[in-house]
Design a protein around this ligand. Structure first.
Ligand SMILES: Nc1ncnc2c1ncn2[C@@H]1O[C@H](COP(=O)(O)OP(=O)(O)OP(=O)(O)O)[C@@H](O)[C@H]1O
Ligand SMILES: O=c1ccn([C@@H]2O[C@H](COP(=O)(O)O)[C@@H](O)[C@H]2O)c(=O)[nH]1
Ligand SMILES: [Mg+2]
Length: 229
């Protein structure tokens, strides 16, 4: 059926096909849609070790979201042997923030590849520049003809004390190059200086749902269920 439609579309004049797709794109842009579907994005933000990854795994088991972890995408980029790999590796080990264009490109590719209409993006945006660039760029889709800009529905903020985050990271034991006391201290500083302003920005827009992330994981998840329902 789909093959038939594509074959018929090939018989139509190209300007007409282009006009149709662009009109559909404009409707999508106006309504924050991707491929005719409303795209729902939730940012999950919080300090290093606040439990974002743990709870995102719980969320995707119970709700129809695709989980995208910016940190995981960057680690996959390192492991893929990409030309940016060494630079990303150094930045992560120093607890700094990778340039926006690299992280956003990986997120865009993952969103288009995911083909879903609901995403939870964990650990991004990490600073104001990340946020501004992400909200101003567009997703190129529909055979590269359409451009769609996307913005989050709301932000889940995992509020956790520094002592608890440090304790958790030192016990994580997953072989991450940044789970050592020097990098952890740098990451906590970067979180306060660069990432908290992003949360404050969304707070000023009434878009933040705060979670007490110091509680045991099952209790944190109960609170999340309440907020997502
Ligand atoms: N509520 C909790 N109570 C105790 N330990 C937890 C809790 N949530 C997660 N943990 C543990 O803390 C560690 C860090 O959790 P997780 O990896 O989910 O944090 P994160 O916010 O994704 O951190 P990062 O920003 O470094 O990726 C893991 O070992 C996890 O099992
Ligand atoms: O948007 C992002 C996300 C992550 N980073 C770098 O990766 C590490 C680990 O990220 P996690 O989300 O905690 O797994 C983070 O400390 C940054 O160095 C980034 O630069 N930008
Ligand atoms: Mg994580």
């Amino acid at each position: 059926m789909r093959g038939g439609l594509v074959a018929s579309a090939r018989l139509l004049p190209r300007p007409l096909v282009r006009w149709f797709l662009q009109r559909r794109a404009q409707q999508d842009i106006n309504e924050n849609m991707l491929g005719g579907k409303k795209v729902k994005i939730i940012f999950v933000l919080g300090g290093p070790g606040s439990g974002k990854g743990t709870q995102c795994s719980n969320i995707v088991e119970h709700f129809d979201f695709i989980h995208l972890s910016a940190g995981e995408l960057l680690r996959a980029e390192i492991n893929s042997g990409s030309e940016n790999g060494t630079m990303i590796d150094t930045i992560i080990t120093e607890g700094k923030i990778v340039p926006s264009e690299i992280t956003i490109k990986l997120l865009q590719e993952a969103i288009i590849k995911g083909g879903n209409d609901k995403y939870i993006i964990d650990g991004f945006p990490r600073n104001e520049e990340n946020r501004v660039v992400f909200e101003s760029v567009t997703l190129v889709t529909y055979f590269q003809l359409l451009e769609i800009s996307i913005s989050p529905e709301f932000v889940l903020f995992f509020d956790c004390s520094e002592e608890e985050m440090e304790r958790r990271l030192l016990g994580r034991n997953q072989g991450r190059s940044d789970d050592n006391i020097e990098t952890i201290r740098k990451r906590l500083k970067v979180f306060v200086e660069s990432s908290l302003p992003v949360i404050e920005y969304y707070e000023s827009k009434g878009m933040v749902k705060k979670i007490d992330a110091t509680k045991p994981a099952p209790e944190v998840f109960e609170d999340i269920i309440f907020l997502l329902k």
